[in-house]
Design a protein around this ligand. Structure first.
Ligand code: GRF
Length: 219
């Protein structure tokens, strides 16, 4: 059972956060949401989280010395008893102190097929616009472990969708979002079951954790 901290950004609606909450309530994800952490109290995802009775904490990097930001996050995480972090629309780089304190216990959902269309500034509509401008015919979403850079950590799972000639950033985002919701919860459930292993940067899924048995690549 995971004790989750969900990090949200200033702009997100919180749909991935609530997809996790729904997966927990439906018994598809063995976890609890110990705390939701954001940078601004008025962020829509945090407003929704508070209204839903979730525990919300603000750690605002604008009011904290940059060198203290990681320590402030760590204190909040420790206080909430968190063992795993899910980034759901969080736009900042996770401080190295936090990455090092949670080795392979931080996952991010990104709305493209990484390593394409990732990196600093590539979030939300910016991603889908870049996909359409480039002209790729397939896009999708990626769940990956978080390292100290943007969107570069080992990939846990991906799902793809076709890109249509008639797509706008909005229609493409709407096609991908439900897959994000499912993939984030499924990936965290694999983590909860202890079924994710790393070989270099390649993540493998144990088919039978109890037997410590055979490995297979995720579909
Ligand atoms: C999602 O598209 C997610 O992939 C990205 O930010 C967006 C957040 O959306 N990292 P929401 O706040 O979960 O609705």
């Amino acid at each position: 059972m995971l004790a989750l901290a969900v990090f949200v950004g200033t702009k997100g609606r919180g749909s991935n956060l609530f997809a996790l909450r729904d997966a927990i309530e439906a018994g598809r994800l063995a976890a609890s949401i110990a705390v939701v952490i954001g940078t601004r109290a008025e962020a829509p995802a945090l407003v929704r989280a508070r209204a839903a009775g979730l525990s919300v904490r603000i750690v605002d990097p604008q009011t904290i010395h940059p060198e203290e930001y990681g320590a402030a996050l760590l204190a909040t995480l420790k206080d909430a008893g968190t063992d795993t972090i899910a980034l759901a629309g969080f736009l900042r780089r996770v401080p190295p102190l936090v990455v090092q304190a949670f080795p392979h216990r931080i996952v991010n959902i990104h709305p493209s097929l990484l390593p394409l269309f990732g990196g600093k500034g590539m979030y939300g509509e910016h991603v889908h616009r870049a996909v359409l401008e480039y002209g790729v015919k397939v896009s999708g979403c990626t769940v990956h472990f978080v390292d100290e850079a943007y969107d570069t950590g080992p990939i846990i799972a991906q799902r793809s969708v076709p890109v249509w000639d008639t797509d706008t950033p909005e229609t493409l985002a709407a096609r991908i979002l439900p897959l994000e919701h499912a993939l984030l919860a499924e990936s965290l459930q694999l983590l909860a079951e202890g079924r994710l292993t790393l070989n270099g940067r390649v993540v493998r899924v144990l088919t039978d954790a109890a037997a410590g048995g055979t490995e297979s690549r995720m579909p």
